[in-house]
Design a protein around this ligand. Structure first.
Ligand code: ZN
Length: 403
């Protein structure tokens, strides 16, 4: 088939008027100005619309959670979580998100299988499985008896300490078939007894994770908020920095030198600071989010202005405060708060976010999955156009019909 577009934003730096791309077996085979591309197969006419690659949210949790208090997460029934996460999959697809990188979930591996087999409509899921934290770290359920928390008290994470145990836990994830690893090299906001500035894991522990990941060719993402934990992650081979609240010039320089991508996850921070108190975010979470908020925005701006690749990631989990389906908020915040142009924000949500997963998503270029979104208005006239989703295609098949 071939698809005629009014405007094509290809996710790889090109914006073309009167464009066309051709799809074979769910994959893009050529794309460019209309007169240069063959008209083989059926014609799909979007010649009056803006076509962009399917959006990628590079930091989500497909855990079907519905409250903001980690105490509830520890008690949540996993089968109910999985069932609710299937509804979240549909919401993501309807919002134009055709791929997500899940960075901490106990149900995402099964969900990935159900989506791939066609039983559940949803985005492509690339998952770390459970994230990995040190004892007392960001992924620990500090309020539970240690024995309960150790193997996965919060559902979305488990604990490992010392280089040997870290290595073994990485191997357990790889054995499960994960697409990446997710570790925690600093404390965080929604963990009771640590802080975003506190570094977690030693160099040797971080290296144990990145060495095992390198052996099988998968990337490592680190929850890293304070400067020290960001630098430790980068110095020891981590590929993406999640959150990055406190990035000084040295940290920005190091991000550039190591070719790392920043996934700032502004959306969850804005939602917690603006409305978290009404949605049951614990007092310690509200306090820590407010403390870090300004630095977080400034750090993201500093990294963007220096040329660090910035990918969209919402850190959405499913509760009403941070629901799947409203993930386009991150694109809006990148424009309104950080200063990206609308086309740059679309690229952050397509090409840049797509490069955080080991697959060819997020671009309408030869070899990529033919996942694309038809917008009812032009993002260049206002970023809110990314919510004006008319039609969504995944692997060249229409999955969300015209409204
Ligand atoms: Zn997260």
């Amino acid at each position: 088939m071939h698809v005629d577009c009014g405007t094509l934003v290809d996710g790889d730096g090109r914006v073309l008027e009167d464009a066309r791309f051709r799809v074979e077996d769910g994959t893009i085979v050529e794309a460019g100005p209309r007169e240069e591309i063959d008209t083989e197969g059926d014609r799909i006419d979007h010649s009056g619309a803006v076509v962009v690659p399917g959006f990628v949210d590079a930091h989500v949790h497909m855990q079907g959670l519905r409250t903001m208090d980690p105490r509830d997460w520890a008690l949540a029934d996993e089968t109910a979580c999985a069932a609710r996460a299937t509804a979240d999959c549909r919401r993501l697809l309807e919002a134009g998100f055709t791929a997500v990188r899940d960075l901490g979930s106990s149900v995402a591996l099964g969900l990935r299988e159900a989506v791939e087999s066609g039983d559940v409509p949803g985005p492509r899921i690339y998952t770390s499985g459970r994230s990995i934290s040190q004892t007392g770290g960001h992924g620990d359920a500090h309020f539970l008896p240690y024995e309960w928390s150790r193997g996965g008290g919060l559902g979305i994470s488990e604990l490992a300490d010392g280089p040997d145990e870290c290595r073994k836990t990485a191997r357990k994830r790889i054995r499960e078939g994960v697409d990446c690893l997710k570790i925690m090299t600093t404390g965080g906001v929604l963990s009771e007894k640590d802080s975003p500035g506190q570094a977690q894991y030693t160099d040797a522990e971080i290296r144990a994770f990145t060495e095992e990941a390198d052996r099988v060719g998968i990337p490592v993402a680190s929850h890293a908020q304070g400067t020290e934990g960001v630098l430790a992650a980068l110095d020891n081979g981590v590929d993406t920095i999640e959150h990055g609240f406190y990035l000084d010039d040295a940290a920005v320089e190091r991000l550039l030198e190591t070719d790392a991508t920043l996934v700032p996850t502004l959306a969850i921070m804005f939602r917690i600071v603006e409305e978290g108190a009404d949605h049951g975010v614990p007092e310690y979470g509200l306090r820590k989010a407010e403390e870090a908020f300004e630095a977080h925005v400034e750090s993201t701006r500093r990294a963007y202005e220096a040329g660090v690749p910035v990918a969209t990631g919402t850190d959405f989990l499913g509760p009403e405060l941070i629901p799947h389906g409203e993930n386009a908020l991150e694109l809006e915040l990148l424009v309104e708060e950080i200063g990206l142009s609308p086309v740059e924000a679309v690229e952050a949500a397509t090409g840049v976010a797509g490069r955080t997963v080991p697959d060819d998503v997020g671009a309408l270029t030869p070899g990529a999955h033919a996942d694309f979104v038809v917008l009812g208005s032009d993002p260049r006239d206002g970023i809110e156009a990314v919510r004006d989703v008319e039609t969504v295609y995944r692997a060249g098949e229409r999955v969300v019909p015209d409204r």
